[in-house]
Design a protein around this ligand. Structure first.
Ligand code: FES
Length: 104
């Protein structure tokens, strides 16, 4: 059996487009601060062996701020700190899904 270097990789889109761009961007909706919070909160919760990374545009801009978690490839919309908490709790601690935040 292959063991992964990290149990999970969380890619938070931190792409920023100029104000007024028709597609908007995750950074313009606060994703950088939410990424920072996610890193701190994951540590506080003792979630080990994961990595939170900044990503460039994930091409789901209209639905953002978004995060995709591998190895499962599950997408969430994370607009608030509460949403980040819910993803960490449901997905990484309970190994389930934060159903209300799932992106199609
Ligand atoms: S700007 Fe975040 S998905 Fe494109």
């Amino acid at each position: 059996m292959t063991s992964l270097y990290f149990d999970a990789h969380l890619f938070v889109c931190c792409n920023r487009r100029p104000d007024g761009h028709p597609r908007g961007s995750c950074a313009a909706k606060g994703s950088e601060k939410l990424r920072d919070y996610m890193k701190v909160r994951a540590k506080e919760l003792g979630i080990a062996n994961i990595r939170v990374n900044s990503a460039g545009c994930l091409d789901r801009c209209e639905l953002g701020p978004c995060v995709v978690i591998y190895p499962e490839g599950v997408w969430y919309k994370i607009e608030t700190r509460e949403a980040v908490d819910s993803v960490l709790q449901r997905h990484l601690i309970e190994h389930g899904r934060a159903e209300a935040l799932l992106l199609p």
